[in-house]
Design a protein around this ligand. Structure first.
Ligand code: ACO
Length: 406
């Protein structure tokens, strides 16, 4: 595949001069969670949280989910434009050629505890790619292109490999005649997937591919800003995505629906949860004041699957919960987010619950790589300040002089 433009060439805008901290009167403002604080300039993704519109490089995500493929969407995100037919074929071919992972990495994965969470296995495996390919030639376009291809190609193989390894089996090799998503499902289940299932899974990847400066992407950009290698960038983002307030919520949604059990229990369960200040998993988002547009599309995809493969009564519980929550949480702008219906789609596809977040990571690798390139294009290391709340300067005391109770 031809090398792409260098990170420097990719930057077209220059940052406006930042206000001098020395010029601002008083102590700096502290916003927990950096809410509302711009931490970068980005041309990758835009969210209109009031209208519920999400665009990748200007293209609405619903159009991509309907018409595009994950690899085409990844290309758009990472290189900035929809590919020509030649560019797309080339990218697909390169990704297909790099799907296999070294036997050394597979052997390493065999040493992981089978009871470990697949996100931890993925974080370790992604970082291990750096042992093989890290040259940190960040301004060599060929290196950048190869790193993009390798990560997009190998992350799904590593997720599928751990799934088989923890069941005591050997991972199976990718199949060259299968497209990206179909091949992943094949490597995971050892069966060639139904074409509708593969198409819907591919749409899920598109919907999870990018979402501006969320926690894992911010983590990717901070890591990128140190000029470390892209494998470390993705590994750090995987670790961040794993938490239950971020990507990990999709597992918790099904646990919550299990706990509710049936539609007649929804109202009481929700009232009790709200009274005890419990967070409702799959609801709420820092950016959206309406239902997450990805949740709308995922709900439609779930319904398509139910028509083809049979209904899921857990979906009835979810819909009832959404209905009741609209009354209780809607006035605060809290509606279903991307995680609310994605688990129901994956469950219908027969995917184990603890693989939902690793699948999220497969998709989000595209967004992380887009941000990696963008960060390098106008890099300045992240080094925010803090407001110190500890004790005033004081001397070290010898042990015998310290108060007994401290
Ligand atoms: N259930 C109940 N109340 C909620 C929820 C929720 N899911 N989300 C927010 N709220 C309430 C809070 O209790 C708080 O109310 P208060 O002002 O009366 O105290 C208010 O809304 C603001 O909540 P914060 O937690 O401060 O909102 P923040 O923007 O920091 O958090 C987050 C966003 C983390 C997504 C939050 O909504 C949440 O924890 N949701 C559940 C977990 C989840 O679904 N995460 C996946 C998010 S999507 C993703 O990362 C891929």
């Amino acid at each position: 595949m031809a090398a792409k433009t260098t990170p420097e060439e990719a930057t077209t805008t220059s940052a406006p001069a930042a206000a001098s901290p020395a010029a601002s009167p008083g102590p700096p403002l502290f916003r927990p969670g950096l809410e509302g604080v711009p931490a970068t300039q980005s041309a990758i993704c835009d969210i209109d949280g009031h209208r519920g519109v999400l665009t990748y490089r200007g293209v609405p995500v619903d159009q991509l989910a309907r018409n595009s493929s994950f690899l085409e969407t990844a290309y758009l995100l990472i290189w900035g434009e929809l590919p020509t037919i030649f560019q797309l074929n080339d990218f697909q071919h390169e990704v297909q050629m790099h799907r296999r992972v070294s036997f050394r990495i597979r052997d390493m994965m065999k040493c992981f505890p089978a009871s470990g969470h697949p996100m931890d296995a993925l974080q370790a495996s992604a970082a291990s790619l750096g042992l093989f390919y890290s040259r940190r030639a960040l301004y060599d376009p060929q290196y950048v292109t190869e790193a993009v291809v390798r990560l997009i190609a190998k992350i799904p193989t590593m997720v599928a490999a751990f799934q088989l390894i923890r069941k005591g089996q050997d991972p199976i090799q990718p199949r060259d005649d299968l497209a990206y998503s179909a091949n992943f499902l094949y490597m995971l289940t050892e069966r060639e997937p139904d074409s509708l299932a593969a198409r819907i899974f591919d749409s899920c990847l598109i919907l999870h591919a990018e979402h501006s400066l969320n926690a894992s992407t911010f983590s990717a950009r901070v890591t990128a800003s140190t000029l470390t290698d892209p494998y470390a960038v993705v590994a750090s983002a995987v670790g961040t995505l794993a938490g239950p307030l971020h990507g990990g919520a999709n597992e918790d949604v099904l646990d919550m629906l299990d706990q509710i059990g049936s539609i007649d229990r929804v109202e009481d369960w929700l009232d009790q949860a709200i009274a005890s200040k419990q967070k409702i998993m799959g609801f709420g988002h820092r950016e959206y004041r309406v239902k997450d547009p990805r949740a709308v599309i995922l709900q439609g995809l779930a319904e398509e699957l139910f028509v083809r493969f049979g209904h899921d009564t857990m979906y009835d519980v979810a819909r009832r919960l959404e209905e009741v929550a609209a009354d209780r949480l809607g006035p605060k702008g809290i509606y279903p987010n991307v995680d609310f219906y994605s688990g129901l789609v994956y469950r219908k596809l027969g995917i184990p619950r603890d693989l939902f977040t690793p699948i999220f990571a497969i998709a989000r690798t595209a967004g992380w790589l887009a941000h990696w390139r963008e960060q390098l294009g106008a890099n300045r290391i992240y080094r925010p300040t803090q407001i110190y709340t500890g004790s005033a300067e004081r001397p070290w005391l010898p042990l015998e002089s310290r108060p007994a109770s401290s």
